[in-house]
Write a protein that binds this ligand. Sequence first.
Ligand SMILES: [Zn+2]
Length: 133
Amino acid sequence: MQASLILQKEHFDEMVRIVSAQSPLEACGLLVGRAGRVESVLPVTNAEQSPARFRMDPIEQLRAFERIESHGLELVGIFHSHPAGPGTVSPTDIAEAAYAVVHIILSQSDEEWQARGFWIEAGQAVEIPLRVE
Ligand SMILES: [Zn+2]
């Protein structure tokens, strides 16, 4: 399990821009970087186009993975939004988590987006701190 995820304020702002543009549909994307530190945010289309579910468009996801690898970077996180809440991972998110990376949920409270990070392993989700620098 990773102890924390480090990101810059601009990465947080970019995730908020992506998810608020898609709201009330769920939006999703990848966080790319190295050693638990985010270097860039890659939006990926939610193939479900749903307010309650997300599934990354498989072609976009594949292209993103190829790009990450060709730059010698790593997938360090996956984010998606819960425009209508809650601010935590859902049982479906836990069941469908396929990568050992930090899962970030962006949710809205009083018109403000907030982000929380979770590590999902063996059917359990543990909150881990997001350190915004
Ligand atoms: Zn979810």
